[in-house]
Design a protein around this ligand. Structure first.
Ligand SMILES: *Cc1c(COP(=O)(O)O)cnc(C)c1O
Length: 363
């Protein structure tokens, strides 16, 4: 099917929705036309069909095996985006009158804090707001009486990433929207992990939630059925119609991850890609990194032109070389190269070549 081949594949540095592996796109495209020789599209079959049940089963099993999940952790594919998890986590895990701690490392943490305040007391244990979130606070105090500590593992907008998760007495609740499956995790530290799919996992439309079920059922407030994690655990994410197509594409991505060595191999690849790009940013006088060196993200590389007036020229030169999605988020400005799992190192090499060429022309 020639229609399935992209004529001019670009080097995709968009932050989200973002790059997916080519074999995943090809299989996803084919399934829209006909799924499993059924004479039907994946889009027009029951979510309770045997064929789609097999997709769900593989999606659950792959999540478990990629992250080595113990039996007391449940996997869910929900809707409403990571943004709905900002309130769902607090609604399900924070009893009235109890406290939760939040580390404020950017726009997304800020939003999570605002939502959690609807349900209980929020202690902001640390914040890098005064430096426009260009670093991850360390050495912050964590009071012993918190129900959980909420972290954002990777700050998509500011390009910072927690390189080593703290050891604390309470479970960590973590927004991993933009670095899920990018590295192995010490899963026992986490009570709940959530990730909107559209950064490092699949298309927009589903949110992966991994939850230690021992933490549930401890709040006494009334929770609407659809917002109660237990509803979705009991029905294996099919209490209502799940987002079948996004889940299918996530399942294909996880299959691709497993075929390519799993999260440990991804970590190696991601470190190599990030080092290549940061080395050029540090070497080339025409560019400057945004985040503190120790906190630099291996997923979203934020940088600026030393002379901001050169930015448009640089973006034009990058576009000539088929590098797209490099404009920074409006709250930081400058440039951002998102280098998620699916991005091959060859794309980073092309970008680095453009930066070198820019140095020769403008330096
Ligand atoms: C994109 C993003 C979100 C918001 O995700 P939605 O699915 O659009 O709600 C939350 N947290 C992080 C870290 C993100 O990168």
């Amino acid at each position: 099917m020639a229609v399935l081949t992209q004529k001019k594949k670009k080097h995709n540095f968009f932050a989200g929705p973002a790059i997916l592996p080519v074999p995943v796109l090809e299989q996803a495209a084919a399934a829209v036309v006909e799924f499993e020789g059924m004479g039907l599209s994946l889009l027009e079959i029951s979510h309770r069909s045997k064929q789609f049940s097999a997709v769900m089963d593989e999606a659950f099993a792959s999540t478990r095996s990629l992250l080595n999940l113990p039996d007391n952790y449940e996997v869910l594919f929900l809707t409403g985006g990571a943004s709905s998890q900002f309130f769902m986590t607090a609604m399900n895990l924070l009893p009235q009158g109890k406290k939760a701690g939040y580390l404020n490392t950017g726009t997304w943490s800020d939003k999570a804090i605002k939502e959690a305040k609807l349900f209980g007391e929020v202690i902001e244990v640390g914040s890098s707001k005064e430096e426009n979130f260009n670093y991850i606070p360390k050495d912050y105090e964590v009071p012993g009486d918190l129900e959980y500590l909420h972290l954002t593992s990777n700050n998509t907008i500011f390009g910072t990433q927690i390189q080593s998760f703290p050891t604390v007495e309470m479970p960590i609740v973590c927004d991993m929207s933009s670095d899920i499956f990018s590295r192995p995790l010490d899963i026992e530290k986490f009570g709940l992990i959530y990730a909107g799919a559209q950064k490092n996992l699949g298309p927009a439309g589903t949110t992966l939630v991994i939850v230690n079920k021992d933490l549930l059922g401890k709040v006494n407030r009334a929770i609407p059925t659809m917002l109660d994690y237990n509803t979705h655990i009991k029905k294996q994410s099919s209490f209502n119609t799940p987002p079948v197509y996004p889940i299918y594409v996530c399942m294909l991505t996880m299959r691709w991850l497993k075929e390519n060595g799993g999260v440990a191999a991804m970590q190696e690849r991601n470190e190599e890609k990030a080092a290549l790009l940061y080395d050029e940013i540090d070497r080339n006088d025409l560019f400057k990194g945004y985040a503190h060196v120790d906190d630099r993200s291996r997923m979203n590389v934020t940088f600026t032109n030393t002379n901001p007036e050169q930015e448009a020229d640089f973006l034009a030169m990058a576009a000539e070389a088929d590098c797209v999605g490099l404009k920074g988020h409006r709250s930081v400005g400058g440039l951002r190269a998102s280098i998620y799992n699916a991005l091959d190192i060859s794309s980073v090499e092309v970008l680095v070549d453009v930066m070198k060429e820019f140095g020769r022309v403008k330096g």
